[in-house]
Design a protein around this ligand. Structure first.
Ligand SMILES: Nc1ncnc2c1ncn2[C@@H]1O[C@H](COP(=O)(O)OP(=O)(O)OP(=O)(O)O)[C@@H](O)[C@H]1O
Length: 303
């Protein structure tokens, strides 16, 4: 099922949270990547029909999602912060959600959803006894209880340990393979890389990049990079580096070591070991100076 944003903006008073975004989501898993405050939650809530766009249209299967109850039955949303009653069991919690959806056989629907997220063995224990990952899967089950074709998740990996994270990733993969349209938000590049080949990047309310993750990643890593290097002989290394085509400039500082501006990340990081070897200098540390996600994002916007 297709989800479409057509020239969508959302403002809160004077603040423009989402600025003229158009995108089309197809079945499979898509990552919605962006730094904190970029507008990811606002986008997800507009898709789910919780918020009216200030301008533009959000269409789910060709229908506007705002004030359109038939559309609610086609989608499930897992919000970022949502209190779950700890005294309920997962089964009771998901059953309540099935009843709210007015499903013909809520008990069967609840059992099916819990089975989908592999929570059946623990379904009769109270939620307060669960790990963070199990709670999150229970919330996914509640969002899936009416078997929606579209699943939206806001930062589903937040606060999970690596094992729980892996489990959730597998679950999202499975949902995508079953033909659902899955969109999950994240501010962590590596997280999105592991789950999804397709990505929508938003920065400061605008769509900064969209499409195949690998080509976007290349765009990110091909930008100019600054590195700090500490070695056994900084001056000697600096001289050798200056002869490299991929090096735009070198500063030598007695305390900090070398600051190198590389015009191309890949070429520079590949040639450094060879240069060090041929000059007989040992590289102790190579630190990228400018690797915050925000700087990567702002580069994408400028590109
Ligand atoms: N109800 C609201 N009233 C006023 N401003 C809001 C409201 N909701 C969100 N904003 C603002 O809109 C911008 C986008 O927020 P949003 O929550 O969509 O971003 P986000 O990418 O999901 O960030 P985070 O991951 O931190 O939640 C932020 O500047 C936020 O402060």
């Amino acid at each position: 099922m297709k989800v479409e944003l057509d020239g969508v903006s959302k403002w809160y008073g004077n603040l423009v949270a989402v600025n003229d975004i158009s995108m089309v989501l197809a079945p499979g898993v898509t990552g919605l990547l962006g730094p904190n405050g970029a507008g990811k939650t606002t986008v997800l809530h507009m898709m789910a029909g919780f918020l009216a766009p200030s301008r533009g249209q959000v269409l789910v299967d060709g229908q506007p999602s705002w004030r359109n109850p038939p559309v609610y039955g086609k989608l499930g949303l897992v919000s970022e912060r949502e209190a779950v009653h700890g005294f309920l069991t997962a089964y009771e919690f998901v059953l309540a959600s099935a009843k709210m959806q007015r499903l013909p056989d809520p008990a069967a629907a609840a059992r099916r959803a819990l089975d989908l997220v592999e929570m059946t063995p623990a379904q009769d224990r109270r939620i307060e006894t669960y790990s963070k990952g199990m709670r999150q899967r229970t919330r996914v089950a509640a969002a899936l209880v009416h078997d929606p074709a579209v699943l939206l998740l806001d930062e589903p990996f937040n606060g999970m340990d690596p094992r729980q994270r892996l489990h959730m990733m597998e679950l999202l993969h499975r949902m995508g393979e079953q033909g659902r349209t899955v969109l999950f938000s994240s501010h962590i590049l590596e997280e999105v890389e592991q789950v999804s080949g397709t990505v929508q990047v938003i920065v400061a309310g605008r769509l900064a990049a969209s499409g195949d993750f690998r080509s976007i990643r290349r765009l990110m890593t091909n930008r100019p990079h600054v590195f700090t290097i500490q070695s056994s002989d900084d001056r000697r290394l600096a001289v050798a580096l200056m002869g490299e085509a991929s090096v735009a400039g070198v500063d030598v500082d007695a305390k900090l070591g070398l600051t190198v501006r590389a015009s191309d990340y890949g070429t520079f990081t590949r040639s450094l070991p060879k240069i060090a070897l041929s000059t007989g200098v040992r590289v102790h540390r190579l630190i990228p100076a400018d690797e915050s996600l925000e700087s990567v994002f702002s580069y994408l916007i400028a590109a």
